[in-house]
Design a protein around this ligand. Structure first.
Ligand code: ADP
Ligand code: MG
Ligand code: MG
Length: 913
């Protein structure tokens, strides 16, 4: 068993394909080494060791010690330094690295190998640098391995800075850093109860253990949950020789994206700090400087911009960096997120990975790369996470409203536009407050900087604002990943956590709960609420207030979805009950309606009275009379929908909910309705009580209503056929599909299908029209799935109602499961909320089996899914493997479903070979 993989001197034992074993970081380091990018040598301890570690009570495989020693010797050889040597000590970093990137979630330790002796070896050349590295190491090691809060160290550091009048760490003189190291060691002695470890091997194994242990720290667990990364993947550990960005003014460290991760622009984009070490940039402790000249002019108003870009301060190194980034992008054929360090004018790459990006950037980068000939249409489709595409539909601030607010003096400041989109909400100054306040109102999380502990708060916020940090700070990276509008580094604003205030000169301070608006596209911060307007895609597609030629975003959106349509075999329909929704969905590309619920049509003001008359009627005659009055309403609704969906199928579900949902419940309502209908109060209350069911979800509803009161469905069927005849006479091709809900036995379906056919034929005959109508059923009761072979002999189509099917298969009430489901997911009893994403193991098997059995009886059976799962990418992937014909989802999810269906197709084909 190989547990350790070396990289260095232009050759690595691993490569980019070995992410599972090496983790993303290790695979990237190996690949870069192999393609000739300068990388400090090191080795990767595989994720299999992590698995072993957790399976064996935190012990290592016995052969690991020797393997590490052997590889450490190779590194020593390569750099010509020795680990623990007094004269020329080798220092290493110990870095975590999971398969999927989890920025900042786990721990990394730099400068390991320093102790009171080795520090002298470094100090011979540069004392300031030696002690700067030592104090960093003690702090990081103590925080991560010895679990001594870093605040104790930072407190001393800040105090020292004040004492010596240094406005940044880089300006603290050597002698003071030396003293600081002594103070730090004292903190370790007092808080940790023993001396800071001087044995470099003890340091190394302590760090390795801490990195493996950090896989299970709280923030890593939360991050995995939010990003659906399996807990059992484990992390690798990378041990790598150090290069130093903190050795003087010809040194620097930075992070960069090969394209803009926020809007996708094809421009190298990044930030750096001179005379600093890696952590400084990402932690948002100092606001870093832009990397290129053009970036300086782009961002404009931010505070730190007066200083020099890397392009200006180190032109030769910048040129090297440009070569490297181009090499990496064309090698990986995707946008890369890189970390680098410059030591004495020499460039080293420390990380490369596929860059996280917003939905906007994802779509633009995919389309641009197609135009550049770098990737195919198919690859472009697989590059955009299906769920992310909804970002392109989100509202933005109305330009007029915004300029009014600015002129009215409400502009509080500007920061860096880190995550596009508009957000208005109430201010929360901590992640915990954001989580609790977000239950009532949208929240803007306002922080000096964010740290990995804040992710739950960031997730619940509508937008994020920080006053420090750059475009690659933690806040910016995480917000972009979550698709949250975000502004960072708003240097002219001051956050005072103690007073709970956000201050901007010349403005009243804002407090927790005050409204604030941030524009993540422009970086503006505006006091109060601000009105939004529809996104460009909506303006072009739905509102017709913008031309395609005016919006590149729209054109790319449209291209990507058309490429998806060429790939996918799964149809996409929509759930829509009104002509307006139907129209929106059609414009989004829905190929018909998969679920039109008729009960919503009963709630409008003039209708509900008739519905109540129908329900309360003393006999069938009374009921038929009320139904006759309802018919024209239903017919008109259906006509509207057929006109909107000319030539496309419309699946209409006959009445589904229990009748008492339409009845008044409180005494007050009852007396009002009694007055309207000319009934006595007591009499009406008695009737309502009589209709009460203790378990209405499992009660008298769906097709059961029609078995006892066939006249209700008869009216609906007549209305459907009449509507179809009417529009047909206008030259419109109506394609109704009548769907009978809540069927559990074949007999229910036969009785009602015969009724539909009979009433339909009568209506067609009376109107002298011929029209193909198909009749089918919803499969939402587990029994229906089991007897699907029999149902398939009668039905012309199935539509799986996966909401009810989930409810009844698990026996979880949809309306009450919120009280325990989150805990079920936490405790891993369930992988995911089964109402959000289909339970493939159980409910999904009913879909699969129902489809197979149904098709066994009727090879031409059309099978679809309606219900929330129709718009969920993971569920869509599953439905493709079941061989369904289409999914149906809400109008705004249609683009997501089109893209997800194409991706499902690609995966399916790949899997099938
Ligand atoms: P994360 O996963 O949080 O990004 P990394 O392991 O990438 O953590 O380390 C963070 C930063 O520490 C890197 O971006 C880099 O600047 C610095 N760093 C890590 N290893 C080295 C090294 N061998 N030499 C110099 N700097 C390093
Ligand atoms: Mg990193
Ligand atoms: Mg149902």
């Amino acid at each position: 068993m190989k547990y350790v993989y070396f990289f260095g001197d232009g050759h690595a034992e691993g490569n980019a394909k070995m992410k599972e074993v090496l983790g993303g970081k290790g695979a990237g380091l190996a690949e870069m080494t192999n393609i000739g990018v300068p990388v400090p040598p090191g080795f990767t301890i595989s994720t299999e060791v992590c698995t072993y570690f957790y399976a064996h009570d935190k012990a290592y495989p016995p052969e690991l010690k020797d393997a590490v020693a052997e590889n450490l010797a190779r590194v020593e050889q390569s750099v010509g330094r020795k680990f623990g040597d007094k004269e020329k000590p080798l220092l290493v970093s110990v870095r975590s690295g999971a398969r999927a990137s989890m920025p900042g979630m786990m721990d990394t330790i730099l400068n390991l190998g320093l102790n009171d002796e080795t520090v002298q070896g470094l100090a011979k050349h540069d004392e300031r640098f030696a002690f700067d590295s030592y104090r960093r190491f003690i702090q990081m090691y103590s925080d991560v391995v010895l679990e001594i809060d870093r605040e104790h160290f930072e407190h001393e550091l800040f105090a020292l800075r004040d004492r010596v009048g240094a406005d940044s760490d880089a300006k603290i003189p050597a002698a003071s850093l030396k003293e600081l190291v002594e103070t730090y060691k004292k903190i370790v002695r007092e808080r940790g109860g023993k001396e800071f470890p001087q044995d470099v091997h003890e340091q190394l194994w302590g760090a390795i253990g801490a990195v493996f242990t950090s896989w299970n720290n709280q923030r890593a667990i939360t991050y995995r949950k939010l990003n659906q990364i399996p807990d059992d993947w484990g992390t690798a550990v990378n041990v790598q020789s150090m290069v130093f960005g903190n050795m003087g003014d010809d040194c620097a460290t930075g992070v960069a994206f090969t394209r803009n991760p926020s809007n996708g622009e094809h421009k190298f984009f990044g930030e750096y700090l001179a005379n600093a070490q890696g952590e400084d940039v990402v932690a948002g402790i100092r606001t870093p400087l832009p990397i290129s000249k053009s970036q300086v002019t782009d961002v404009g108003a931010s505070s730190s911009i007066a200083e020099k870009s890397l392009e200006e301060s180190m032109p030769e190194v910048y040129a090297q960096l440009e070569d490297v980034y181009k090499k990496l992008e064309s090698h990986y054929r995707d946008m890369q997120d890189i970390e680098f360090t410059i030591q004495a004018h020499k460039l080293y790459l420390l990380q490369t990975r596929t860059g996280k990006r917003t939905g906007f950037a994802a779509v633009k980068i995919a389309c641009d790369m197609v135009d550049e000939g770098l990737i195919s249409h198919t690859e472009a489709v697989s590059r955009v996470e299906a769920g992310q595409i909804v970002q392109l539909l989100a509202p933005m601030f109305d330009a007029k409203e915004k300029s009014k607010a600015v002129q009215g003096g409400r502009l509080l400041g500007r920061g860096l536009p880190a995550g596009p989109g508009a957000a208005t909400g109430r201010i929360a100054f901590s992640a915990e407050r954001a989580v609790s306040m977000a239950k009532d109102d949208p929240v803007i999380l306002v922080r000096i900087e964010t740290s990995p502990e804040d992710i739950a708060g960031m997730h619940s916020a509508a937008g994020i604002l920080t006053t420090r940090g750059g475009l690659t700070s933690h806040a910016a990276v995480v917000a972009r990943g979550m698709g949250r509008p975000c502004v960072v580094g708003a240097g002219n604003l001051r956050v005072d956590y103690g007073k709970g205030e956000l201050r901007s000169e010349g403005h009243e301070p804002l407090e927790e709960g005050d409204w604030l608006s941030i524009d993540g596209t422009s970086g503006e911060i505006i006091g109060g609420k601000l009105a939004t307007k529809p996104s460009e895609v909506i303006q072009v597609l739905i509102d017709n207030t913008m031309q395609p030629s005016e919006s590149e975003t729209f054109r790319n959106f449209d291209r990507l979805l058309k490429w998806s349509d060429e790939i996918r075999s799964l149809g996409v329909r929509t759930n829509a009950d009104t002509p307006k929704d139907a129209r929106v969905a059609r414009l989004f590309g829905a190929a018909g309606i998969g679920l039109c619920r008729t009960e919503h049509m009963f709630f409008a003001e003039e209708r509900i009275l008739r519905v109540r008359e129908m329900i309360l009627a003393r006999d069938e005659k009374g009921r038929r009379h009320a139904l006759d009055q309802l018919l024209p309403f239903q017919q008109a609704d259906f006509e509207g929908i057929f006109r909107e969906l000319a030539g496309l199928p419309v699946t209409i579900r006959l009445l589904d909910p229990p009748l008492h949902e339409f009845l008044p419940q409180s005494e007050q309502q009852i007396s009002a309705v009694a007055r309207d209908m000319g009934w006595g109060f007591v009499e009406l209350r008695a009737k309502v009580n009589q209709l009460h069911e203790s378990n209405p979800m499992l009660g008298h509803r769906g097709c059961r209503l029609a078995v006892t009161y066939p006249e209700i469905y008869e009216m609906q069927v007549r209305a459907i056929y009449l509507a179809a005849c009417t529009v047909k006479k206008e030259g419109i091709d109506a394609r109704p599909e009548v769907m009978i809900p809540l069927v559990g036995t074949v007999k229910e379906l036969t009785i009602l299908t015969e009724m539909v056919r009979r009433v339909g034929a009568e209506t067609l005959k009376a109107n002298g029209v011929d029209l193909p109508v198909i009749v089918g059923t919803m499969i939402e009761i587990p029994r229906a799935a089991l007897v699907a072979d029999k149902l398939g002999e009668v039905a012309e189509f199935f539509s799986f109602g996966t909401n009810d099917l989930t409810q009844m298969t698990f026996g979880y009430s949809r309306d009450d499961a919120g009280t325990f489901l989150p805990e079920y997911v936490d405790k891993k009893i369930l992988k995911k909320d089964p109402f959000e994403s289909i339970d493939q193991e159980g409910v999904g098997q009913l879909v699969k089996l129902g489809t197979e059995r149904g098709r066994g009886a009727n090879a031409n059976l059309k099978v679809g899914v309606c219900g929330e799962h129709g718009g969920d990418p993971d569920s869509i992937r599953f439905f493709r493997t079941c061989g369904l014909n289409y999914v149906s989802c809400s109008p705004y999810r249609v683009p997501v479903a089109r893209l997800a269906a194409a991706q499902a197709e690609l995966e399916f084909k790949h899997y099938e070979g």
